[in-house]
Design a protein around this ligand. Structure first.
Ligand SMILES: NC(=O)c1ccc[n+]([C@@H]2O[C@H](COP(=O)([O-])OP(=O)(O)OC[C@H]3O[C@@H](n4cnc5c(N)ncnc54)[C@H](OP(=O)(O)O)[C@@H]3O)[C@@H](O)[C@H]2O)c1
Length: 231
């Protein structure tokens, strides 16, 4: 969380999404490492936050444990646009996009004037033909909306700022994260494939060695590590 995924959420929302209290923010891939951080950051800005995810356990977790206002299972919901309309009665002001494709098409149809659209990832499109022709720029014109992509390294000179803010939120119990750890480099290819099949939940990690210093939860590790690691 306090690494690339958290930094993406932090800078993408702060600099591009710019959510304001009372606005509606939609986060796609909300149970992924980036999405989970982005959805919680938008909640902390007092937005109505709607997430999309692809399984019942992810939907339950995001709604019941993370406290999102609505969560849509994009695989089972039927008509995505209808589900989004019901979840976003005042339209969509901020869209933090991790997945692209059908979810994004449905979201773009519901954006408000001067919406901010953060293109962080396009997971559903990475293995798709590049000429699907589905992008609808006319919706940006009509709504005077702003769509912007970014790479987390654009803000590399401000990593300390994100680290401090995210670390504090985690220490305060206001930012939660999940990790899915598989042991052994030999399982890395399958772990990678699982990312595209929605099998991972939270940040997917591959543990190369069983090091007693760094095994266990963060708080368990913390107890074993020199205090200097956590300054
Ligand atoms: N801009 C940057 O600097 C930057 C940096 C890091 C990552 N990224 C991008 O940000 C995105 C999120 O990263 P992450 O680390 O959070 O990834 P992640 O943990 O793998 O989460 C991605 C989630 O997307 C969902 N998904 C997979 N295939 C899908 C499909 N066809 N349609 C809709 N949803 C699908 C899966 O959950 P479901 O069960 O919900 O389907 C998966 O858990 C990725 O696209 C990544 O490439 C960008």
């Amino acid at each position: 969380m306090v690494g690339v995924p958290g930094f993406c959420a932090y800078f993408g929302l702060k600099e591009i999404g710019r959510p304001r209290a009372g606005e509606t923010a939609v986060v796609s891939g909300a149970a992924g490492a980036v999405g989970l951080a982005a959805a919680q950051r938008a909640k902390l800005e007092s937005c109505r936050v709607v997430g999309t995810a692809g399984s019942l356990d992810k939907v339950d977790y995001l709604r019941d444990e993370i406290g999102l206002d609505a969560v849509i299972n994009y695989k089972t919901t039927g008509d995505l646009r209808t589900a989004l309309e019901a979840a976003c009665p005042d339209g969509i002001d901020v869209y933090f996009d991790n997945v692209g494709g059908d979810v994004t098409q449905a979201v773009l149809a519901l954006i408000n004037r001067r919406a901010h659209i953060v293109i962080c990832g396009q997971t559903s499109q990475y293995n798709a033909p590049s000429d699907s022709g589905r992008f609808a720029p006319e919706l940006l014109i009509k709504n005077s909306a702003r769509m912007q992509g970014f790479v987390v390294y654009d803000y590399a000179d401000r990593n300390d700022e994100a680290l401090a803010r995210l670390g504090q939120l985690i220490r305060d119990g206001r930012l939660h994260y999940r990790e899915n750890i598989v042991d052994g480099l030999e399982h890395a290819p399958q772990a990678f494939i699982d990312l595209f099949e929605g099998k991972s939940f939270g940040k997917q990690l591959v543990r190369l060695v069983q090091d007693p210093l760094v095994s266990g939860t963060v708080s368990e590790c913390r107890g074993r590590m020199p205090a200097a690691y956590f300054r």
